[in-house]
Design a protein around this ligand. Structure first.
Ligand code: PBG
Ligand code: ZN
Length: 324
């Protein structure tokens, strides 16, 4: 059957035929850009472990947003860094909190941007865990009560979508109910459904000041040895009313993305996390690897099955695509 009748190289002869048979198309429409917003004034601080990524105060946020809009990036996901932290992370549901102010500011001044809020507590708690502590572990059901307050507060501020990232059981169900009861039945939920306890989050924790003060997140985030369990988590979230399911991290988890894509009919998002970003940036900075790997990496995530990619490379991708 095969050679010499078949010659795969015929369809690789020049760029025109390669374009015609190309299976995956990555565009700027597929990406969401994460932004860190810190309470305070006149802040633009580069995150030491994430070159070219900054924390902004609200009064300087336009420097970032002007670029995002110029590059036609459709959506941002916001992370807040509050001044005041406490045991339960109460600042996260303060209607005048940093995220709530940021959402209002963006919706007012950049109405073309779709605003997603990350919904968690680790940036807001004094201990850095993703919910209310009981002893040395996070209490699931009590955390759900606070999650409801947080999402309603985000919705009131004008968030277009909420993205719970704490891996609490029942979080999607609780949030859907809270949103519906508060009159926000059209706000979708993008759930961090299969979020693994990963060392790839290290640079993010520098950026968001969210490193746990003790222990780790393995009692709520997934064990990275597991794949069927990821599907179980996703199916729970589908039943509970998630609109989009997410896999996180992305690069070392392409098998998970692919498996989920084949088994559910919701859009699948993948979070190309901070550690994946920093490794590539470091390689480029050292001159050890060409920056073309950014595009190759994002295409791989899309090819695996991600419909949406949350990535710190969003602006790099925009530059790359317009240069083509
Ligand atoms: C908070 C949260 C984390 C990330 C997104 N939301 C960190 C964590 O779980 O510690 C990671 C993002 C990244 O590494 O880029 N729950
Ligand atoms: Zn968290």
């Amino acid at each position: 059957m095969a050679f010499p009748i078949h010659r795969a190289r015929r369809l690789r002869k020049n760029e025109q035929i390669r374009r015609l048979v190309r299976e995956t198309c990555l565009s700027i429409d597929d990406v969401v850009y994460p932004i860190f917003i810190e309470e305070g004034k006149n802040i633009k601080i580069e995150i030491s472990s994430m070159p070219d990524i900054y924390r902004y105060s609200l009064d300087r946020l336009s420097e970032e947003l002007d670029e995002v809009v110029k590059f036609n990036i459709p959506a941002v996901i916001l992370f807040g860094i509050p001044k005041h932290k406490d045991e339960v992370g109460s600042e996260s549901w303060n209607d005048e909190g940093i995220i709530q102010q940021a959402v209002r500011y963006i919706k007012e001044n950049y109405p073309q941007l779709y605003v997603i809020t990350d919904v968690c507590f680790c940036e807001y708690t004094s201990h850095g865990h993703c919910g209310v502590l009981k002893g040395s572990d996070v209490d699931n059901d009590e955390t759900l009560e606070n999650l409801k307050k947080q999402v309603v507060s985000h919705a009131k501020a004008g968030a277009d979508m909420v993205a719970p990232s704490g891996m609490m059981d029942g979080m999607v169900k609780a949030i859907r109910k809270a949103l519906d009861e508060a009159g926000f039945k059209d706000i979708p939920i993008m759930s961090y459904s299969a979020k693994f306890a990963s060392a790839y989050y290290g640079p993010f924790r520098d950026a968001a000041e969210s490193t746990p003060a003790f222990g780790d997140r393995r009692s709520y985030q997934m064990d990275f040895h597991n794949s069927r369990e990821a599907l179980k988590e996703v199916l729970f979230d589908v039943e509970e009313g998630a609109d989009i399911v997410m896999v996180k991290p992305a690069l070392a988890y392409l098998d998970i993305i692919s498996r989920i894509k084949e088994n559910v009919y919701l859009p699948v998002a993948a979070y190309n996390v901070s550690g994946e970003y920093s490794m590539i940036k470091a390689g480029i900075k050292m001159g050890w690897i060409d920056e073309k790997v950014i595009y190759e990496t994002l295409v791989a995530i899309k090819r695996a099955g991600a419909d949406i990619i949350i990535t710190y490379f969003a602006k790099d991708l925009a530059k790359f695509l317009t240069r083509l």
